[in-house]
Design a protein around this ligand. Structure first.
Ligand code: NAD
Length: 508
């Protein structure tokens, strides 16, 4: 066994209806450290009955009104208090993210743990701006009435979380659901269930949430996930994961017409213009493509470099990519950690092989990292050039440290090529001419565009995809609204019967 963060918790439990419980049949699965391939802990292999219990608890808590009937100020204040408690656990979570998600300890300490807490706090703060009551203009057709819109919580929400950001993406669902008065059942990825269970533990310890408002069920997607999506007592599904599973979620949610938000895959175009500041653009491109080993939905994996600077840019890019230190995620010197699993490792290496068979040339990387031994899923940051626009590596998400490079020289053409993707999650432009860059940004069919930057998401800004990268938005007040529904209330103003001439269509 590898070092475990909390030895007494080596066998984790699920959090259902305010209690810690094993799975329905006591089954567990192993959680692996992707840097060492050692088992870190056991997690409950939840099943459909566990989900049904969790959904029933969430429904009971919602119907009781104990949480949803609080005022917004009361809910936000409770969440601020919880956030203080969560912040005290940041270091522990950073270690867990390193040990189970392969997040480098640098990234986990600087990004994952603090931003997760900040997201929780920020959602509670932004919720104070959402109007729960909005008057409509005075309506006098067909006769005078007073009308307003009442915003309401949706009910029982299900949050399904991928492996790459177990902490932050769970917060993207948990925080807005709670802020807007819902109950929630969260399902982490089977590869990375521990941090979310620790979040539930930290919240449970505060005693500030009514029982059943938050539940976490761990287990496989085709059991726990499918039950969540098909259960008639679930009102909304917030899913983050692959486009393939996202399509299936939409189909499964159809019979019960659930509200669904989908945050899916991407193949984001990174456009480097001739006038880019190379110092920033080279490092920004490396950050945009190899951060978290490229396991970011909005990584800039399709790089378009202008002909005029191509040679100078690529020389620096390849030189630095080859020097990135790959190794154990828990080691503070590591810049690039492991990919999540042996399966992903094999998939990524076979995508690199296929790219070469389809004409690509490897300029950096291309295989297992050097000097890391036999254990751990370590892949060298890989730069591929001579990439055909229609090849697999240029069109499909690889979800690993693989950058596919193409050249360009015509601005209209590069936008057309950037947009010729089934995905539309993000894009980026490197240029000293901000005005031109903004004009290009407007033409990209993606939910986010960075100009002279990458990966900088913000709890205040909406995040989500165009096209097959998803539907709906997370974060910001846009994301909060996705956890509400609106009701129109019409109030008669004592109009006498004789003036209600519409009634006479059938009664007159
Ligand atoms: P995945 O689609 O394999 O799994 C995501 C989650 O869905 C997991 O919890 C999994 O157990 C569950 N699941 C699997 N099959 C299911 C089913 N039939 N029904 C219900 N749930 C099911 O994705 P992954 O490999 O964990 O994560 C990587 C993917 O996530 C990439 O495609 C990446 O682009 C995407 N992603 C998107 C965003 C975004 O915000 N757009 C963010 C992070 C990751």
């Amino acid at each position: 066994m590898a070092t475990i963060v909390r030895p007494e918790l080596a066998t984790y439990q699920q959090y259902i209806d305010g209690e810690w419980t094993a799975s329905q049949d006591g089954a567990t699965f192993e959680v692996e450290n992707p840097s060492t391939e050692e088992v870190v802990a056991l997690a409950p292999a939840g099943g459909r009955d566990d989900v049904r219990r969790a959904v029933a608890a969430a429904r009971r808590s919602f119907e009781s009104g104990e949480w949803r009937n609080k005022t917004q100020l009361q809910r936000s204040r409770i969440m601020f208090e919880i956030a203080e408690h969560l912040a005290e656990r940041s270091t522990e979570w950073a270690l867990l993210e390193a040990q189970t998600a392969g997040a480098t300890i640098r990234k986990a300490s600087v990004v994952d743990a603090p931003i997760a807490v900040e997201t929780f706090r920020s959602m509670a703060e932004q919720a104070l701006q959402i109007p729960w009551y909005e008057p409509l203009p005075w309506i006098d057709i067909p006769h005078v009435s007073w009308n307003f819109v009442q915003r309401e919580a949706i009910g029982v929400c299900a949050g399904i979380v991928p492996f790459n950001y177990p902490l932050i993406i769970a917060m993207w669902k948990l925080a807005p659901a709670l802020a807007m008065g819902n109950s929630i059942v969260l399902k982490p990825s089977p590869s990375t269930p521990l941090t979310l269970l620790e979040v539930a533990r930290a919240i449970d310890e505060t005693g500030l949430l009514p029982r059943g408002v938050l539940n976490v069920v761990t287990g496989p997607g085709n059991d726990v996930g499918e039950e969540l999506v098909t259960n008639p007592e679930v009102d909304k599904v917030a899913f983050t994961g692959s486009t393939a599973v996202g399509r299936r979620i939409l189909e499964m949610a159809a019979p019960t017409i659930k509200k669904v938000t989908l945050e899916l895959g991407g193949k984001s175009a990174n456009i480097v213009c001739a006038d880019a500041d190379l110092d920033i653009a080279v490092d920004g491109t490396l950050f945009g493509s190899f951060f978290h080993q490229g396991q970011m939905c909005e990584s800039g994996t399709r790089l378009f470099v202008h002909d005029d600077i191509y040679d100078a840019f690529m020389e620096r890019l390849v030189d630095t990519a080859a020097k990135l230190r790959v190794g154990d995620a828990s080691d503070y010197d590591t810049q690039v950690g492991p990919v999540i699993s042996r399966r992903q490792y094999d998939t990524i290496l076979s995508a690199i092989d296929r790219a070469q068979r389809e004409g690509a040339t490897v300029l950096a990387g291309g295989g297992r990292a050097d000097g890391v031994g036999d254990r751990g899923h370590f892949i060298q940051p890989t730069v591929l050039t001579d990439v055909a626009a229609t090849s697999h590596v240029a069109t499909e998400e690889v979800f690993g440290p693989v950058l596919a490079v193409q050249r360009w020289n015509d601005p209209g053409e590069v936008i057309r090529r950037a947009n010729s993707s089934i995905y539309g999650l993000a894009g980026g432009i490197w240029s000293r001419d901000t005005r031109t860059a903004i004009e290009m940004a407007k033409q990209l069919r993606t939910g986010t565009v960075w100009i002279n930057d990458w990966h900088l998401l913000n709890p205040l800004a909406p995040f989500g995809g165009y096209k097959q990268s998803g539907t709906g938005r997370e974060l910001g007040t846009y994301g909060l609204r996705e956890y509400t529904q609106v009701k129109h209330i019409h109030v008669d103003q004592n109009v006498p019967r004789r003036d209600r001439y519409f009634y006479d269509v059938i009664l007159g």
